[in-house]
Design a protein around this ligand. Structure first.
Ligand SMILES: [Zn+2]
Length: 508
């Protein structure tokens, strides 16, 4: 048996009664003892490997409850545009990629357009550098794409398709696609080979290990390649270096049941995103007074879906960002739960970004969980503040109410929404502590809970992982410094020294 005696550390157990210890004994794939270094050494078996932590911090392995795993891996394989600050740089990167690709040029990570960065990419810009191949460029939030003329012609949208942006000067399609048009383009253009898929899963999970994750919730299977994606994830899961909890983003309940999954939905969209002006708001956008965003389901359709999934005994998870979408989703949950009450359903709302006090109260009363994404505010601060731009001062000040949700009794867990922000739990913890306004920020202890034990709760796994306790899985992370003791503004830079999953050292 593979035994580890980890000693001389600052063990942050995330257990109420025994918050700090010095050492942990791992027997096989389980934690067998937590205590002082001396106690651990006394109990170790003769062949145990002794690891002297030299004062470093040992925590439960981190859990990211919102990752688009295959897209994350695919984006690691293709060009990324986040670092491009001007339209010229974007076009240069795309032209370089075009020289490598015979048929289709795909790229992702294009920053939201603002007057300051001028990244209003159109099909005419793309035509200049990619006239004769297909071109498909995804915004960083994934909720809008830009295609060139050749691609637009090939897609041949039916005239009633919604989400085809028009150029204000000419009234012609600009190449920017949102909503339905974006979905159709994605359906047709994001096919991948089996090898690429496996490579993407390997790359993304290896990256997860590097940043200290031992579990990721893989919210996948959104496009027509969905079934293949989910099957690949399930079949590769036992050999991956992190645990994955698969959420199938399908509207067909039968598909999840067929695969024996206890959950469904993932980031299934109730609305879009703020950066792409598609999150559904109760009042118009600040910088686009002509729109309040879009809902992707009618009230009736949403209720029907939730009723079907709930009555099949599944845990449901859905994406809602704008206040109008959050209200619609809460209403649907409320209706179905009053018809068919079920204790401990732990249905989820993803993002919950513009949740107001009443939404939070309702979510707590209905027993809902929220997967929230603190690093969204890290990037909105670093770049031109997209929330300020899109929502105006008052609404921007209230986005991502982490502490209000947590203190009202909603089970709040953390996520990255990778590829939208990088998988990086320390960045998420850092952002929850530093990048939120005083009214919504968390203290370090709460932020750690959100990325450990509460992440476990979101998948009904709190007896198995999320804290350091005898009998639980040996999923652990060693950090060069203790986030509870270091300066809060240095949390994101703490080096990850070791990641242990299932009792095996995966990094270190
Ligand atoms: Zn998502």
């Amino acid at each position: 048996m593979n035994d580890l005696a980890l000693v001389n550390g600052q063990v942050v157990t995330m257990e109420g009664q025994n918050p700090l210890a010095e050492g942990v004994l791992v027997r096989g794939s389980r934690i067998s003892f937590v205590g002082t270094s001396r106690e651990v050494l006394e109990r170790r078996s003769p062949h145990a490997e002794v690891i002297d932590l030299q004062g470093r911090a040992l925590l439960p392995g981190f859990i990211d409850t919102h990752v688009h795993l295959i897209s994350t891996g695919l984006s690691m394989m293709g060009p990324r545009l986040e670092s491009c600050r001007t339209l010229g740089q974007v076009l240069e990167a795309l032209a370089a990629e075009a020289r490598k690709q015979p048929d289709i040029v795909k790229a992702s990570g294009l920053e939201p357009a603002t007057p300051a960065n001028g990244l209003y990419l159109t099909r005419w810009d793309l035509d200049r550098i990619i006239p004769d191949k297909l071109a498909y460029v995804v915004r960083r939030d994934g909720h809008s794409v830009v295609v060139n003329t050749r691609t637009l012609e090939q897609l041949g949208f039916p005239s009633e398709t919604s989400g085809i942006d028009l150029d204000p000067a000419t009234g012609e399609p600009s190449g920017v696609l949102r909503g339905d048009a974006r979905r159709i383009a994605g359906d047709r253009l994001t096919f991948i080979s089996g090898n690429d898929r496996q490579e993407a899963i390997r790359l993304a999970t290896q990256r997860a290990v590097e940043v200290g994750l031992t579990t990721v919730h893989a919210l996948d299977g959104g496009w027509p390649r969905g079934n293949e994606d989910i099957k690949a994830l399930l079949s590769m899961a036992p050999s991956l270096p992190v645990r994955i909890v698969v959420y199938y983003q399908t509207k067909e309940v039968g598909k999840a049941l067929e695969l024996g999954l206890p959950r469904i939905g993932g980031c299934l969209l109730v609305d879009g995103s703020i950066a792409s002006h598609t999150a559904a708001l109760t009042a118009p956008y600040n910088d686009r007074p002509d729109t309040e965003g879009m809902l992707y389901f009618s009230d009736q359709e949403l209720q029907t879906y939730i009723r079907e999934a709930h009555s099949s005994g599944l845990q449901i998870s859905m994406h809602a960002i704008g206040d109008r979408a959050i209200g619609q989703l809460l209403d649907a949950y409320q209706t179905v739960l009053s018809e068919q009450p079920r204790r401990g359903h732990r249905h989820r709302i993803e993002h919950f970004l513009m949740a107001g006090p009443e939404h939070i109260e309702n979510a707590a009363r209905l027993g809902l969980c929220a997967s929230m994404h603190p690093a969204f505010l890290h990037f909105s601060e670093e770049r031109p503040n997209i929330y300020l731009e899109r929502l105006g001062e008052q609404r921007a000040a209230r986005v991502n109410p982490l502490s209000q949700a947590l203190s009202s009794g909603v089970i709040v867990a953390g996520g990255s929404d990778s590829f939208v922000t990088p998988m990086d739990p320390l960045l998420g913890i850092h952002s929850a502590v530093n990048d939120h306004p005083p009214g919504s920020r968390l203290n370090v202890q709460q932020a750690l809970e959100v990325f450990t034990i509460n992440g476990a709760r979101l998948a009904f796994e709190e007896n198995e992982k999320g804290s350091i306790h005898p009998g639980k899985a040996a999923d652990l992370v060693v950090l060069a410094e203790n986030p509870l003791r270091c300066s809060p503004d240095a949390i994101k830079d703490i080096p990850i020294e070791m990641t242990i999953m299932d009792g095996v050292i995966r990094k270190g």
